[in-house]
Design a protein around this ligand. Structure first.
Ligand SMILES: [Ca+2]
Ligand SMILES: [Ca+2]
Ligand SMILES: [Ca+2]
Length: 610
């Protein structure tokens, strides 16, 4: 899916491709496109928009998903979300459905063809949606009638909104009857892939591979560091300061004290004219520089869907300015995350990321961060992308590695989540495999911290009777409704905890605790050549207590749209707790405070930014 997103970026940027395609001519009115000879191409690309939005609603596990039905379920979620937003925009602005659809499209950015795609969708599905909403049918009914939601036994009962007063089956029949009289052509609902266009096939393969391997798409010298922000670029790991030289990258030990060039990208290089000593030697020698590396999941990568994207009452063109970048970062925001974030927080909280603190402690650590994380990652599938980690045992500085697979070993979307959970024995074997890999790749003197799994029962406890962003306008969708909709479609990011079944929630927590204990035991008993191993509880209840002390409520720590992930505030509070704990118990992990920091600032300013 992420691949499809990226394909469009490339399309937009490549002039060669532009000439071959009518897609990119933004000066044309949308209606004209439809009549063009090559409009079939656009038709094929349009379901992209729905898929993007549907992808947004769950952190998509990268494995063990029954292919077709899984993507069908996401089409259903995407359709219900979009139709809900249209319906609510009409309500908020007291406009017709047609005007509401055009309003939504007008808000979307041109980038990634989002606006163009939106107008096409309006052309294709608008007349049917207008008819159905005109008969007072809700988004659930509309999406079943349009067959974005399947009519099969498993899915036919899935609904986000309260069931219509008339029998569900009868309403669906009525809706389909209305569409039978419609002259709208039937379009394929899913299975379309922009990569099926011959001239895009090659570039698609390349992007798909880069996403799959979690390495930058744009990387001139193939050292895994990029000069682009998204598509696994410097939002994910320090910016390359020379993209034509693979021996120059963040985190390496400086070559020849960086007398003539900055080989480790920390912005410190050259010779002090006063005494002829290279700055890197003067300011960094013996300062024990080190990098921070996260091995994480969607929580660590900071999966985030801004609620502005779904909230009709506050929606404007400003709401979507960050949509293209977010899509090309797989809806993750690692640049704002608690472990590797380097940008200032967007919330008012003052706590900083662990990378930020390490850099503040020793400016020689500048740009030495890597977020080796992915939505859906778990102890089981880390092996599929751990090779994207970049650390040369012989050439690079030691690293602090945080292993934080905090949910997906107990979380999945299956009807019965328990058989899909990792067992303690499997956990031990998976994590041992990871640790052995690290022992053969990390420079000597590194540190590895294993995070335990949280107890996710607070999710249900603090959210179930609150209104979901889609339900706030009419007070008709609570998180309980939202969770059961996702579970019914088998796309819940965590069916075990996001469930009304208390026994199931308890069983999920028990398994999480067992897995945490496995990690704890490993930290106490296993030793490795090149790093020391530590364990830390993922004590979310402590974060909640801290937040309460500041006058906050627990639900304010959870991502509002997905109702599952810790949000930016939670992520930074957690970083604060981890930092303080390390400082008091294992200060050797952090290295020394560099007495030359202020001199580095004086000579090198912001050290070239991130
Ligand atoms: Ca590079
Ligand atoms: Ca380089
Ligand atoms: Ca340097």
């Amino acid at each position: 899916m992420a691949a499809c997103i990226s394909e469009v970026v490339t399309l937009e940027r490549s002039r060669r491709v532009e000439k071959k395609s009518d897609l990119v001519d933004k000066s044309m009115a949308p209606g004209i496109h439809l009549r063009m000879k090559s409009s079939w191409k656009v038709l094929k690309a349009t379901p992209l928009f729905l898929l993007l939005l549907s992808q947004s609603l769950a952190s998509v596990p990268y494995e063990n998903q029954p292919g077709a039905s899984y993507s069908d379920s996401h089409s259903c979620v995407g359709c219900v979300v979009v139709v809900s937003v249209i319906e609510q925009l009409a309500e908020v602005h007291n406009s017709s459905v047609q005007v509401a659809m055009e309003r939504l499209c007008s808000y979307l950015p041109e980038k990634l063809f989002l606006k163009t795609t939106c107008y096409f969708l309006v052309q294709m599905f608008g007349p049917d949606i207008i008819k159905l909403l005109g008969e007072a049918m809700n988004a659930d009914v509309v999406c079943h009638a349009l067959e974005f939601c399947k009519q099969d036994a498993a899915q036919s009962q899935c609904h986000l909104y309260p069931l219509p007063q008339e029998a569900w089956k009868f309403t669906l029949e009525k809706a389909k009857h209305i569409l039978k009289r419609s002259s709208t052509t039937k379009y394929p609902r899913s299975g379309s892939n922009i990569c099926s266009l011959p001239f895009l096939a090659k570039i698609c393969q390349k992007i798909e591979l880069s996403i799959k391997k979690a390495v930058p798409f744009k990387d001139g010298d193939s050292d895994k560091y990029s000069v682009s922000p998204t598509l696994r670029g410097y939002h994910w790991r320090g910016r390359d300061c020379n993209d034509r030289n693979k021996t120059v990258y963040p985190g390496r030990r400086p070559d020849n004290w960086d007398a003539h060039q900055d080989t480790n990208c920390n912005g410190i290089w050259g010779i002090d004219p006063k005494d002829g000593i290279p700055y890197e030697k003067k300011f960094c020698e013996g300062s024990q520089p080190r990098g921070i590396i996260l091995l994480g999941d969607s929580a660590g990568a900071h999966f985030h869907i801004p609620p502005e994207w779904l909230t009709a009452s506050q929606m404007s063109s400003k709401s979507f300015f960050n949509l293209p970048a977010a899509l090309t970062d797989e809806l993750d925001w690692p640049q704002l995350s608690g472990v590797t974030g380097f940008l200032d927080s967007t919330s008012r909280i003052e706590e900083k990321s662990i990378y930020h603190r390490l850099r503040k402690r020793n400016h020689c650590n500048h740009r030495d961060y890597q977020s080796i994380s992915r939505n859906g990652a778990s102890s089981r599938n880390l092996k599929n992308f751990i090779e994207s980690l970049s650390r040369n045992q012989a050439l690079d500085q030691p690293a602090i590695v945080i292993y934080a697979m905090i949910g997906n070993d107990v979380c999945n979307g299956r009807a019965d989540p328990i058989p899909g959970m990792t067992t303690p024995e499997q956990m031990y074997s998976n994590v041992m495999q990871t640790l052995k890999y690290l022992d053969s790749h990390l420079p000597n003197g590194s540190h590895v911290i294993l995070y335990g799994l949280p107890d996710g029962t607070f999710l249900w406890d603090s959210l179930h009777d609150q209104y979901h962003p889609l339900g706030q306008l009419n007070k008709d969708v609570t998180y309980a409704d939202f969770f059961s909709f996702l579970s019914c479609l088998q796309v819940s990011p965590c069916g075990g905890w996001m469930s009304s079944n208390k026994t199931l929630r308890t069983l999920t927590s028990q398994r999480a605790e067992q897995l945490s204990n496995t990690l704890k035991k490993m930290a106490a008993t296993e030793t490795f050549t090149n790093f020391n191993l530590f364990y830390m509880d993922f004590a979310f209840h402590e974060i909640i207590e801290e937040w309460r002390r500041r006058g906050g409520q627990p639900w304010q720590l959870i991502e509002p749209v997905d109702g599952f992930h810790p949000n930016e505030v939670a992520s930074l509070l957690l970083a604060d707790r981890v930092w303080k704990k390390i400082q008091s118990q294992w200060p050797q992990i952090l290295g020394k405070e560099n007495p030359f920091n202020s001199q580095i600032e004086k000579v090198f300013g912001d050290q070239g930014g991130h």
